[in-house]
Structure formats: C-alpha cells, structure tokens
Design a protein around this ligand. Structure first.
Ligand SMILES: *Cc1c(COP(=O)(O)O)cnc(C)c1O
Length: 369
C-alpha cells in the first residue's frame, strides 16, 4: 500500500463536478480579478471565523505581511513569535523591517511557551504573533491576558488551523487580525496559492484591501504604495465549494488522529496531546521518536511518506542568522526538531492505511531490538 503524506487528488475526485461547473461559468463570464466569488467567499469565511471582515490576499505569507503593515508594525519594533514555525512567520516580521523575537515551545503542545512570553517583552515590543501549530490552538485566554497587560497587538498565524477552536471561539478571531493560508495542502486548500486576513476592525480591513490592490480605493487614485496580492476569483470559487466540507473534513482528521494515538500506544512513539481548551484540527499529526531519521527512511521502504515540520528551528536557519541567536538558545525546539515526524494525515486517508502505517512502525521497532 502506498500512503502519501497528503493526497490532493482524492479530495478533488469527491467534489470535481461542483468545482468544474463553477470554474467554467466564471471563465465564460470572464470574472477573474476581485470578482463576485471572492466577495461571497470573504463574507462566508468571515462568518465561519466569527469575525466582521475577511480580506482575500495572494498567500498566507502575504496575509501575515499585509496584516503587520496594516497594524503599523515597522522598523525598530519587536514582534514575539515561536522558534518552531514555518519560516514565513518570522520572514513576514522581517519584511516590514521589524525584529522577530523568538521564544521556545511548550514541551507538551509544541506551541509557543507562554511562560517565556513576559520575559521576552521589551519597550520595543509592539505585537505577539502566536502560531496555532499543527492545528492546535494556543492557550488564547492566557495569551490575550498578557498581551492586554502590556498593550500588545495580537496577530494570529492560523495558517494551519482553519476551523480550530480555543474553547468556543475560532482561532483567528482573538487577535486584532488572524491570518490564513489556502496553500493546496492546508485544511482548506486552493488549487494554487491563496490567503486571507480576518478582523473585526473596519479600518484594518480597509487598509488591507488597499494594500492588496496597489494602494487604491478608487481606480488609479493610489493613496498609499501597495502591492498586487489579491485572492484569485477562480480560487475563491474553489474555496467556497470546499468551505462547506471543512468541518466534516476536520472531524475526519480528528478521528484518524485518535485511531493513530490509540494504536501507537503499543509503540515507543510519543503521540500528540490535545489540550483541554482545544478543538484540534490536525493539519499535521506529529509524533516524536528517538530514532526519527531511521524511522522516516524505514517508512519510505514501505511506501509510507512522512514529513518533518520543521527540521530546522528558525534561529538556526541561514536566513535568520542576522537575528544573532545561537545553538542552545531554545533547547526544546532544538531537541524536538531532531525527534518530530509527521505521519500521513488527510480527510480521505483510510483506517486501513492508518493501521498499515502503525504496523510499519511496529515492524521498525522490532528490527531495532
Ligand atoms: C503555510 C504557512 C504559512 C504561509 O502560507 P503560504 O500560503 O504558503 O504563504 C505561514 N505560517 C504557517 C504556520 C504556515 O503553515
């Protein structure tokens, strides 16, 4: 049996008819940029997240970048974020000229460790950028309390957490802005790049609308220097179809994760912990192994394709050498980067495939004794 890390074609097959029909209609109408589907998707996604506004942009990275700009984060400012995240989180902070200040991750839930947050705050700190990593929300109650105490803006990176909840509230709806990616493999994925900023702040929504469209409100009246970063109308149409299935798909991911965790109890792997406040959406199912690289290679021989998210902590990447961090600065992040392995998970994955993966893990462990 071949088990890929994600299988995008399996999902397309289920909804291909609905999508194909819509795309043909749009192509026949020639409605490609800032069109009707985008407007409707923005309304639907805002409603889904429980926010007043949603603005579609070109990618998750652009969502973060434009959100930081709209929040007025600039050169000389510091923004606190996690040492274990996708590079785009920290890069977006650098792109506006601000300095990413990293903190280590919580050993249980792999999200930024709130015990270190207050210590990282200086006079220059303007915002905190929590990442709901792997689809599990941070402890937002506590984070908001600290942010409010120090008067910091909260910019959420919810690029892996579409539909996840902290208590009863959706991730992305806590901060001044929430940023989403619709990269094809995300829980809600387009057929190419796409992103979204959600907010309750009308002024910020308007600012992002200008920034994504050359800085204009009125055609050719450029009020600020902007970008070209609009969520494509064809992609919005695809995402509208998919949004109707998102909760069902997230539920399927949860069931598969539960099955993995139950079956993996008979192995030495450390399985993910779902926090009591969290409605996890398992964008990734991440376990830890003392023999990660060997396991990854063994699984390949059984045609099981696992991943690593992420093999290199932000502070040890060549791109972020300028931040001046050193090896040893974030011990949990560094240790875990050698141990974490993401097992295949996607809504269409079968229970049979999960059992096959777990059997392969057991076979690997036996071969090690
Ligand atoms: C995917 C992702 C991004 C970037 O999104 P793109 O759409 O690929 O630009 C940012 N942060 C995190 C945590 C992500 O997983």
């Amino acid at each position: 049996m071949r088990v890929p890390l994600v299988d995008l074609s399996a999902q397309y097959q289920k909804i291909s008819q609905q999508i194909n029909e819509k795309l043909i209609q749009i192509m026949e109408r020639g409605d490609f940029v800032l069109g009707e589907e985008l407007k409707l998707f923005e309304e639907e996604f805002a409603k889904y997240c429980g926010t007043n506004y949603a603005v579609g942009v070109g990618s998750g990275t652009d969502a973060l970048h434009l959100a930081l700009l709209a929040c007025g984060i600039k050169s000389g400012d510091e923004v606190v974020t996690a040492a274990n995240t996708f590079a785009a989180t920290a890069a977006a902070i650098s792109m506006v000229g601000a300095t990413p200040v990293l903190i280590d991750i919580n050993p249980n839930n792999y999200n930024l460790d709130l015990n270190y947050l207050e210590k990282a705050i200086t006079k220059k700190t303007k915002a905190v950028l929590p990442v709901h990593l792997y689809g599990q929300p941070l402890e937002m109650g506590k984070l908001m309390e600290i942010a409010n105490k120090y008067n910091l803006l909260v910019i959420e990176d919810a690029c892996q957490a579409h539909g996840s909840k902290y208590k009863e509230k959706k991730t992305g709806s806590f901060g001044i802005v929430g940023c989403f990616s619709f990269y094809p493999s995300k829980n809600l994925g387009a057929f190419g790049d796409g992103g979204m900023v959600v907010t309750n702040d009308e002024e910020i929504a308007e600012k992002i609308k200008m920034l994504r469209n050359h800085g204009e409100k009125q055609k050719y009246l450029h009020e600020i220097k902007g970008f070209n970063s609009r969520l494509d109308n064809l992609q919005a149409a695809i995402l509208r179809v998919k949004l109707k299935y998102l909760d069902e798909w997230n539920k399927a991911r949860n069931q598969l994760a539960q099955l993995y965790s139950k079956l993996l109890k008979e192995t030495s792997l450390i399985t993910p912990q779902v926090e009591p406040w969290a409605e996890h959406v398992f964008h990734l199912y991440v376990v830890r192994s003392q023999k990660r690289d060997e396991l990854l290679n063994f699984l390949k021989t059984r045609e099981i394709y696992a991943g690593i998210h992420y093999p290199h902590p932000i502070h040890l990447l060549p791109a972020f050498k300028d931040l001046g961090y050193q090896k040893g600065d974030f011990p949990i992040t560094e240790k875990y980067s050698q141990e974490i392995i993401s097992l295949p998970i996607y809504p269409e994955l079968t229970e049979e495939a999960v059992r096959y993966v777990v059997a392969a893990v057991k076979e690997f462990e036996k071969s090690q004794n």
